[in-house]
Write a protein that binds this ligand. Structure first.
Ligand code: ISL
Length: 575
């Protein structure tokens, strides 16, 4: 068997992320749901994706839009019923599309029966299912500084919440309504493994594991280095903690062993290094198939963090992605993404959403999709959807942004300055309803949408793009088709070209005698790229260059390649 034939199926697969709340609403309550997804499967099949990753649909009070689960084995009525779920799985499988669920097991909702029982008292049999600690030595409950560690929550403020009834604190790395499970307790781990098997038995094809590199904390719970806000950086003490590999290997044994190879597991890992990612994704270690790393999507974070964005340094981006390509090239595997429900829209963040909207959206797509790894397309990214029009605090829905706004203003920042950072980087940008057509609510709902539809849906929508061969949608479709057709895309090696160029992203992929050359002008000015095309122009992003061999054969010239603003070219030389 050739290396390609023996490779796992997901090395040539493309995953599409559905954020169900904003994908399609079938019952007019203004919130997306499972029947709504079912009604849009033609879109996914036409795009050509192989897997759907469904953000959480479990019972949840929706404090963090479902990433706060109160019953792992039921479908939240907001999204539908278990029958709706089973119908969706069957319909996806009938179209040859797999379904991966979002597994949120670093924490539950504070309304989960496990936590309700745990907080009922210090003698509760489930007390040790969560992290409970008394106030810091010498402090009374509720006294400033009494928190057991000084860690800063990812959603602003301290990571410990006082439970008045018992005078003890519980740990929540995220919102107060998201208490962290204690993975040191084998009862917790085995309850989670049983739940995972329960979903696999219902036809699920794998899991995207939410912040799974946070499940092992340093049991000594040491303080972090304090920042300006007096809170400490806990990352060194809960990111890739001492037992994380042990837990994932145990999960693999308890859940996946003996199951067919047709499953996909991807771990979301804020702060993971490539060194750790090699360990997580080395098939010999039987932990995960791939991870979501964050190095490339933190390059534009300024001194003030995520909500203090800085212009992107392209050579730094190329150096980062090249490092991951090289280090996870032989052992391990990369996931590839710009967008998801937590990141701003790539065309607004790194492209030009005005003059060169189509060109820059398709330019960034071309850069990402032909790297070595499994690409993830986030709902609406295939349409070039842009950031939301977030004008006032009333437009915000996301707990991370709302907590940040409150804490930053309390710390003395001007509201309009805080809002400027949220407008650029807030997670609501990615959570506006998918724009299906030009009708009042973009075809998303017949009711009042839970979050405003972007006003640009009048011209930016799927219906318009289906009939335009040079649309963003058809460019994504062509990129996915190229990955499915040409083994060099999934299995070729990777060489970065022009690493120091400030405006051009160029690389080549080789497999046997085949060479794929990707060269993209990521600027609004014409540029001459010093690369030597060979073979055939198989894909371009300028109007009239839809690809599939329609381009002009390269003459092999070594002269610099002239590129228009935001022009992307892909050459295939079969040697
Ligand atoms: O917003 C982020 C990206 O900069 C991160 O803080 C993000 O919250 C982090 O990557 C963890 O995300 C995951 O866990 C959160 C949930 O809010 C996110 O939606 C989920 O993707 C807590 O479950």
């Amino acid at each position: 068997m050739s290396q390609e034939q023996d490779a796992p199926w997901w090395r040539s697969a493309v995953v599409y992320q559905v954020y169900p709340r904003s994908f399609a609403d079938s019952d007019g309550d203004g919130i997306g749901d499972l029947p709504g997804i079912l009604s849009r499967l033609d879109h996914l099949e036409r795009l050509g994706v192989d897997v759907v990753w469904l953000s959480p649909i479990y019972a949840s009070p929706q404090a963090d839009n479902g990433y706060d689960i109160s019953d792992y084995r039921s479908i939240d009525p907001t999204f539908g019923t278990m029958a709706d779920f089973e119908e969706l799985v069957a319909a996806l499988h009938a179209r040859g599309i797999k379904l991966v669920m979002d597994l949120v097991v670093n924490h539950t909702s504070d309304e989960h029966p496990w936590f309700v029982e745990s907080r009922s008292g210090p003698d509760s049999p489930k007390r040790d299912w969560y992290w409970w600690r008394p106030p810091r030595e010498g402090f009374a409950p509720g006294e400033p500084g009494a928190e057991p560690t000084n860690w800063r929550s990812l959603f602003s403020g301290p990571t410990w919440q006082l439970d008045e009834a018992t005078g003890e604190y519980y740990l929540h790395l995220f919102d107060t309504k998201q208490p962290d499970l204690n993975w040191e307790n084998p009862e917790v781990r085995h309850a989670i493994y049983a739940m995972m098997r329960w979903w696999l038995d219902r036809g699920v094809d794998g899991f995207r594991m939410d912040v799974i590199n946070m499940i092992s904390k340093d049991p000594a719970l040491p303080d972090g280095v304090p920042g300006d806000d007096g809170l400490g950086d806990g990352f060194p003490h809960f990111i890739c903690g001492p037992r994380v590999h042990e837990f994932l290997q145990e999960m693999h044994r308890e859940v996946f062993e003996g199951r067919d190879r047709d499953l996909l597991t991807v771990g979301e890992m804020p702060g993971v290094t490539w060194e750790e990612a090699v360990l997580f994704t080395d098939p010999a270690r039987q932990e995960l198939d791939m991870v979501f790393q964050f190095e490339h999507v933190r390059l534009d974070h300024g001194p003030g963090g995520k909500f203090d964005p800085q212009p992107l340094d392209l050579p730094a981006l190329k150096a980062s992605l090249d490092r991951w390509q090289q280090r996870l090239g032989e052992v391990g595997w990369n996931s590839l993404y710009w967008c998801n429900h937590d990141q701003p829209r790539v065309v607004s963040r790194f492209g030009d959403e005005d003059r060169y909207w189509r060109e820059s959206a398709t330019a960034w797509a071309t850069v990402l999709q032909l790297h070595r790894g499994t690409p993830y397309v986030y709902q609406g990214e295939e349409l070039g959807m842009t950031n939301a029009a977030l004008a006032t605090p009333e437009d915000l829905r996301d707990v991370e942004s709302l907590n940040h706004l409150r804490h930053a203003v309390e710390a003395g920042m001007e509201q309009q300055d805080v809002l400027a950072g949220i407008r650029a980087m807030g997670r609501d940008n990615a959570r506006t309803p998918v724009q299906w057509d030009a009708s009042e609510h973009a075809g998303f709902t017949t009711g009042e949408p839970w979050i405003a539809v972007n006003p640009n849906h009048g011209w930016l929508n799927a219906a318009v793009q289906y009939d335009d061969p040079s649309s963003v949608f058809h460019h994504y479709r062509a990129l996915i088709e190229l990955r499915h057709r040409e083994p060099v895309v999934a299995h070729g090696d990777f060489t970065m070209l022009l690493p120091d160029h400030e405006r051009v992203y160029a690389y080549e992929r080789r497999l046997g005698g085949t060479r794929l050359l990707v060269v993209v002008n990521l600027s609004g000015e014409p540029v001459a790229a010093d690369v030597a095309p060979s073979g055939e122009l198989v894909l371009g992003n300028l109007t009239g260059q839809p690809g599939s061999g329609a381009g002009t054969p390269a003459d092999g010239s070594t002269a610099p390649l002239p590129l228009q603003p935001w022009e992307a070219r892909v050459y295939l030389d079969r040697g």
